[in-house]
Design a protein around this ligand. Structure first.
Ligand code: DAH
Length: 340
């Protein structure tokens, strides 16, 4: 048995000398020390030997095991280092190789348009404010003087989250928030997302964007409203364009109007673009209703104000001559990249 051990050790050492890789060494470990390994079998058979033989043979087998383990560990470590070194040298990075170009993105049409609207109003002294997309029914309707039975409150038009909370249908609730948190003089615009239960088509999207405006101070009149919005339209669409104000109705303004800009496609003569009228409607506006000012605790004897609200998509479609609102939200990179 001792002789068998000696021969096995001799053979193991020779085999180890010939091993060339971590895999070879692992194979040897399994051959001798694995569950069914040769040395493992010898050690296992110790139990069946008479006690006197067990002692000497046991010692010899145990020392053979530790020698073998040491030999294996040393060689495996050596192979590991060799393999790591080979891997690292194969992986060297050529820092002189040209890099991969990162294509430059483009601003989205809606961002471009919103930025432009903000730029014009900032130039006239308006600051930019924001409100949450999830609003209270109070801020979105009640505080804006909207009658309790107004059709826009219907479940079919408005996304309700609960009885008192909804996705805002307009940016006008930011007027309420501003009046509650600031004292006149006030001059703010508020861009943001709005939501309505609309089926998408060329001119409707259930999610869209508006820019709201509010100015409150002593002595503000309808002329201020007309002057500011006329200047805005000329800055955005061209200084030769004309504007006109048509009477309209909104619950939160009195009087209310819609503003049209002369058709910049045909110069006002009438074309397919303006449906023959020579005018294009671009926003709603009016003098802030005293009931709205009162919610904000504003003294309506002393202060007056004007407000306006426009759809950003509508302005973008008109200005950049895009004929379907869905293109704005499909995010086809080829479409988006063409606007600068
Ligand atoms: N909130 C209105 C809408 O969504 C737009 C609007 C009209 C806003 C008149 C105003 C305004 O501030 O004065 O249709």
């Amino acid at each position: 048995m001792i002789e068998k051990l000696r021969q096995m050790m001799e053979e193991a050492k020779q085999k180890m000398d010939r091993a060339a890789s971590l895999a070879d060494a692992e194979e040897l470990r399994v051959k001798y020390l694995g569950k069914k390994g040769e040395l493992t079998e010898i050690l296992r058979s110790m139990g069946s030997l008479p006690p006197e033989e067990r002692k000497t043979l046991g010692q010899a087998a145990n020392s053979a095991r530790s020698q073998l383990e040491q030999l294996l560990n040393e060689n495996m470590e050596r192979f590991r280092q060799m393999e790591k070194a080979a891997e690292l040298s194969a992986e060297t990075i050529d820092v002189t190789e040209p890099g991969q170009g990162i294509p430059i993105g483009a601003k989205h049409l809606l961002t471009i348009t919103t930025d432009e609207i903000i730029r014009v109003f900032s130039g006239m002294g308006f600051s930019v404010s924001e409100g949450p997309e999830v609003e209270t029914v109070f801020n979105n309707f009640d505080a804006l003087n909207s009658p309790p039975n107004h059709p826009s409150r219907d479940m079919t038009d408005t996304f309700y989250i609960s009885e008192d909370v909804l996705l805002r249908t307009q940016t006008s609730p930011v007027q309420v928030r501003t009046l509650l948190s600031q004292k006149p003089p006030i001059k703010v615009i508020a861009p943001g997302r709005c939501f309505r239960c609309d089926t998408p088509d060329a001119t409707h999207s259930p999610m869209f964007q508006q820019v709201e405006g509010l100015a409150v101070d002593e002595g503000i009149t309808m002329s201020d409203l007309k002057g500011v919005l006329d200047r805005f339209a000329k800055s955005l669409f061209g200084s030769s364009e004309k504007t006109r104000f048509r009477p309209h109705h909104f619950p939160f303004t009195e009087p209310s109007a819609e503003m049209d800009v002369s058709c910049f496609k045909c110069g006002g003569k009438g074309c397919r673009f303006c449906k023959g009228s020579g005018w294009i409607e671009i926003m709603g506006c009016g003098m802030v209703h005293p009931n709205v000012l009162k919610v904000g605790g504003v003294d309506t004897e002393r202060y007056t104000g004007f407000a306006f609200g426009m759809g950003v998509e509508r302005i973008a479609l008109l200005k950049y001559e895009v004929d379907d609102i869905r293109l704005i939200y499909e995010n086809d990179a080829r479409f988006i990249r063409q606007f600068k």
